[in-house]
Design a protein around this ligand. Sequence first.
Ligand SMILES: Cc1cc2nc3c(=O)[nH]c(=O)nc-3n(C[C@H](O)[C@H](O)[C@H](O)COP(=O)(O)O)c2cc1C
Length: 173
Amino acid sequence: MNILVAYYSETGNTRKTAEAIFTGIQHTRKKLLPIDQVEDPGNYDLIFCGFPVHNHSVPAKMTHFLQAIPQGKKIALFATHGSLRGGEKAISAFYAALSLTGGRTILGTFGCRGQVKFQLLEEWIEKPQERSWALEAQSAHGHPDLVDLEDARAFADLMLHAAEHMHGAGKKP
Ligand SMILES: Cc1cc2nc3c(=O)[nH]c(=O)nc-3n(C[C@H](O)[C@H](O)[C@H](O)COP(=O)(O)O)c2cc1C
């Protein structure tokens, strides 16, 4: 089984999470790449796709990447976001990602918080349409932290086992 950890990251939070996921994959045939360096997603059986939540959704570059993954592939989604973990705002981005991946098997999702530059937060808090998530994001400073990265590694392990189980299911003993 070939495994790819593909990520899009602007300020490094999603990259750090991707690196933790990569180290959590106990498998030899694995690669870690930013999405603009992935030549052919068709070469992989399991693809971890990571992105920062932008405007409660998936950044355009990741949208294109997800749509280019061939049907029938196994996907594990992960994201970093300033708003609270497990909150409605973060979940809306996963719904958006799921709607872009029809026909592929989604094994699971993982989200953790990622700090936002102080200057940007100050600006967004003043904008009525951004205020709600920006206020939540104030407490994301220092994330992803060691606990987030440990959780990301555990997520990787879980997804690998799920994929191996499915991979083996179609084969003769
Ligand atoms: C343009 C932009 C829009 C964002 N929109 C949201 C949002 O809607 N909800 C949220 O929780 N965080 C939002 N964030 C915060 C990022 O999701 C968060 O800081 C993330 O960890 C950044 O990841 P990166 O360092 O990999 O780029 C936004 C950040 C940027 C730059």
